[in-house]
Design a protein around this ligand. Structure first.
Ligand SMILES: Nc1ncnc2c1ncn2[C@@H]1O[C@H](COP(=O)(O)OP(=O)(O)O)[C@@H](O)[C@H]1O
Ligand SMILES: CC(=O)N[C@@H](CCC(=O)OP(=O)(O)O)C(=O)O
Length: 268
């Protein structure tokens, strides 16, 4: 029917959604498929997946006879370990996630931070070895993939200007990708959010409270890196960032509808 009174519907331009998943999701078989089922149902939403894989790296390093140390959740990365770490994250882990997504009909493409010059990295000044600090650089590749309905799946391996590979914490990598696309950001982990001193999940957390909880050791390990990354993102983007669980992927739709799930990390 051709009704002249019906004006074409102008669709609002929605921000892309960057979802970060920690490596532990790979150890729970059904969780990754459940997440992809939810992503497949997000109509008209461009999604980018950034993944970690720290627990897989832990295992592979141990198998190779290396010891590993983390400072505030960041892995000290000696030069002799970067080949193995990048092989695990940009290879084994990235390819496994892409293959699962593709087996479910999502057109996933596996990438790392340096592909298409998306993210540039500088060497961390915190004596962590080959650890990179990411900076958003060029969105052309992701814009192209998203426009053509691909699902980019990005590992947190980056490169310095001189071409050396660096290991980037995956929460920091997700923040840089989020800045690159001016996207929404969701940090999904293996717990329902950030716990406070009483062991209960916090609905919201600001910088001052976070510093206190880190000092007290209530926020520790990988959660320290995640909270620091989320605080930086909240500050830069001037909005709250959710830390929630990939064990309940149905929360993603609720989050997109503005329902506060998990812990909302607040800007100052
Ligand atoms: N205050 C806290 N609240 C919740 N989890 C915490 C807290 N402090 C430390 N953790 C630990 O942080 C883990 C999540 O960090 P991490 O393992 O690095 O996740 P991911 O791999 O998803 O980035 C949780 O499984 C939990 O053991
Ligand atoms: C520098 C640094 O800490 N890099 C991380 C990258 C992977 C990661 O962040 O994995 P999760 O998200 O699963 O923790 C590491 O080597 O473990």
């Amino acid at each position: 029917m051709n009704n002249p009174e019906l004006k074409p519907v102008v669709k609002p331009v929605l921000k892309p959604l960057v979802i970060k998943i920690g490596g532990a999701i790979l150890e729970k078989e059904s969780a990754l498929s459940a997440l992809f089922s939810v992503i497949a149902q997000l109509k008209n939403k461009q999604v980018v997946l950034v993944h970690g894989g720290g627990c897989v790296v832990d295992k592979m390093l141990a198998q190779a006879g290396f010891t590993t140390e983390k400072i505030q959740g960041l892995r000290v990365t000696p030069k002799e370990q970067i080949a193995l770490i990048s092989g695990v994250l940009a290879g084994t882990v990235n390819k496994a996630i892409v293959a699962t997504a593709n087996s479910m009909g999502l057109a996933a493409v596996g990438l790392s931070l340096n592909d298409g010059d998306m993210i540039s990295c500088t060497l961390s000044q915190q004596n962590l070895g080959q650890v990179g600090v990411p900076q958003s650089n060029n969105s052309k590749l992701l814009d192209t993939l998203l426009k053509t309905n691909f699902l980019p799946v990005i590992s947190s391996i980056g490169a310095l200007d001189n071409g050396d590979l660096v290991n980037v914490n995956a929460d920091d990598a997700a923040v840089a990708i989020c800045q690159l696309l001016n996207a929404e950001l969701l940090l999904l982990t293996d717990v329902n959010g950030v716990k406070g001193a009483d062991g209960q999940y916090l609905a919201s957390l600001n910088a001052e409270q976070a510093q206190q909880l880190i000092k007290q050791g209530v926020i520790a390990g990988g959660m320290t890196a995640k909270v620091n990354a989320a605080l930086y993102a909240a500050q830069q983007l001037r909005r709250s960032i959710a830390v929630a669980s990939w064990q309940s992927p149905e929360q993603i739709s609720q989050l997109l509808d503005g329902v506060g799930v998990g812990t909302q990390i607040q800007p100052n």
